[in-house]
Each structure stands twice: as structure tokens, then as C-alpha cells.
Write a protein that binds this ligand. Structure first.
Ligand SMILES: [Zn+2]
Ligand SMILES: [Zn+2]
Length: 323
């Protein structure tokens, strides 16, 4: 991306050289996330320019910087949205590195994975087991990870969960939720019967329009769609003491609402980024449950087509670019 708002252009660039704490990665695949659209549409400010987007990277280490100790050539590696944290700001010092003041973000403030090669700081790369050395594993690196952090914000006793927007994150999380004995109520764009059928096929107890009232009160809700009006809607759908978690990085404005739908200790909160500990927990769980993804694969040269398909809600599961 050279300028926000313009389609991506394909360019031949020199091979990046890893810094002392970085690894050089030959990319196998990179997922396409809605956040990439928010960056390209200037809904997130001040990206690095020119920028290589993409923050759901799977690849192989082909070279290591002089101070790299966690990885060696040939290791299978995953690179997520958070690409670097400082380790000394007040947030890092109190175990909130996801809020780090000096954080760098893959495919936003540093180059990402819509490329054949990239460099990444070892600190934020994840070791992946051999089963995830395939393109369909790429969405685990953001849809899976940020989805999991959102899911962790829900009270353990919550049984009936609403997912608002049933895309890349929801179709991964539903597998964890079902494994833990929860029931999922899936809300899609009004009239999106294909999306509702997909949610039902993935095991949702109920699927319907986001304007519809679910058949019973929900214990909690996660909003994945970047649609602010879903916040008061979800508040109306949840029971006393329940939470509405906003899992996205950007949302349209939230309309004003009367206090009575928040009353009785309902909570609205957002989730930002991830910590390395979230990643460790998530990948352990992924192996235990044998998480699978539904993906549509695009060659790298069709990145603009993949982004358009995500924008139009035309993907069941997630879109992935294959190098
Ligand atoms: Zn920090
Ligand atoms: Zn993402």
C-alpha cells in the first residue's frame, strides 16, 4: 500500500535483512483480516507508508539475527498482529503488554505478510507444530488469537453466548466454546441465510438476523462485526450481570441508549491486541481440540480480490493468501 484508499500494488523489493533480534521468514501463507481493510480505508491512522499489510503469517525461518536464541533455520513460525512490545513501559511492567505504549503492529506500523519474505522480532513469533504448516492455519494468528482473548473476558459460568458477526474469528471460537459445553447463538447481517447456514453447520444452537431476538436470554455476547449499533442490541439480548465484548479494532459509532439496558451490572468492554501468554494458551488449546478453519485460498497476486471478498462478506470462514 503506497497511499490509503488505493488498491494494493505488486512490487519487487530487496530481501529484508533481519536485525539482531529478528528472524527472516519465507512466508507460506498470510490470512486476510478485516483490520487490513480498516488500515487501507484510513479508519486506523498513521500506518507505515509504503506498507506491506498482513498480520496472520505462517512461514519458515530461513535466517536468524545475531541475538536470536528462540528460533533456528527451518523452524515453523507464526507471526501475529502485535510484532513488538518494549518490556519497560507501565503497561508492560504490569502484565498488560497488549497495551504497550511502544508497541509495533505487524502489517500496520511495520511490514507484514502480503509478501514472499518478511522479518519479525523473535520475541513475538510463535513456534508452530507441524500440523499448522499449512495455509489454512494462518487465520489462527489473528482471528483465532484475538477471538480467544475476547472469549476469555466472558465469565466462566456463561453458557449461552451470542456471536455477532459469524466470520473468521467466530467460526474458530465456536469450536472452543462447544468443546467447553457452551451454546452459541449466531447473528449475521440481516438476510444472510448462507452465513446462518454456515453457523448452524459449525454447531450453532441458533442462527438468525442480527436484528432478531434470540429464543432465550444470553449470558454474554461477543461482537466481531464493526457495527456500533450492535452494542445496544446485544445489551438488550443479554441477561443480568452479562458482558458484551467488542472484539474488533474499529467500529462505527455506537448510538446512544437508555441506561436501563446497561443496568443490573451488564458490562460493555473492548479487547485490544494480545499478549504472548494469550498466544501460548491458545495454541495449546488449538492442539488439544484440533481446531480447524474453513478458508478460501487466493494467490498473492489476487490480494485485492481477497480483500474485496472479505469486505463484501463473501467468505465462509477466512480468506488466506498463499505465496
Ligand atoms: Zn511496553
Ligand atoms: Zn486481524
Amino acid at each position: 500500500m503506497e497511499v490509503a484508499g488505493q488498491p494494493l500494488i505488486s512490487k519487487l523489493l530487496p530481501l529484508p535483512v533481519p536485525l539482531a533480534e529478528q528472524v527472516l521468514i519465507k512466508i507460506i501463507a498470510c490470512g486476510v483480516c478485516r483490520t487490513d481493510l480498516h488500515i487501507m480505508d484510513s479508519e486506523l491512522s498513521d500506518p507505515k507508508l509504503p506498507l506491506i499489510p498482513g498480520h496472520e503469517i505462517i512461514g519458515t525461518v530461513v535466517q536468524t539475527g545475531s541475538r536470536v536464541t528462540h528460533f533456528k533455520t527451518g523452524d515453523l513460525v507464526g507471526v501475529p498482529w502485535v510484532g513488538y512490545t518494549c518490556g519497560y513501559c507501565k503497561y508492560c511492567l504490569r502484565d498488560q503488554e497488549n497495551l504497550c505504549e511502544n508497541a509495533l503492529f505487524t502489517g500496520y506500523t511495520i511490514d507484514g505478510g502480503y509478501a514472499e519474505y518478511t522479518v519479525a522480532f523473535q520475541k513475538y513469533c510463535f513456534h508452530l507444530s507441524a500440523q499448522y504448516g499449512i495455509p489454512s492455519a494462518a487465520p489462527l494468528l489473528c482471528a483465532g488469537l484475538i477471538g480467544y482473548r475476547s472469549y476469555k473476558m466472558i465469565a466462566l459460568h456463561a453458557k449461552q453466548l451470542g456471536f455477532y458477526g459469524f466470520g473468521a474469528a467466530a467460526h474458530i471460537l465456536i469450536q472452543i466454546a462447544l468443546h467447553q459445553g457452551k451454546q452459541i447463538y449466531a447473528f449475521t447481517r440481516d438476510g444472510d441465510t448462507a452465513g446462518q447456514a454456515f453457523a448452524t453447520r459449525m454447531g450453532a444452537a441458533w442462527a438468525g438476523d442480527s436484528s432478531a431476538t434470540p429464543p432465550s436470554k444470553l449470558d454474554a455476547a461477543i461482537i466481531f462485526a464493526p457495527v456500533g449499533k450492535l452494542v445496544p442490541k446485544a445489551l438488550k439480548d443479554i441477561d443480568k450481570g452479562g458482558s458484551v465484548i467488542c472484539g474488533g479494532i474499529h467500529m462505527s459509532d455506537i448510538p446512544s441508549f437508555s441506561y436501563d439496558i446497561l443496568w443490573e451490572e451488564r458490562v460493555v468492554r473492548s479487547v485490544a491486541n494480545l499478549t504472548r501468554n494469550d498466544g501460548k494458551e491458545f495454541f495449546e488449546l488449538a492442539s488439544e481440540i484440533q481446531l480447524k478453519t474453513e478458508t478460501r485460498l487466493f494467490p498473492l497476486r489476487e490480494a485485492n480480490e481477497a480483500l474485496a471478498a472479505v469486505r463484501g462478506g463473501k467468505i465462509e470462514g477466512a480468506a488466506v493468501l498463499v505465496m
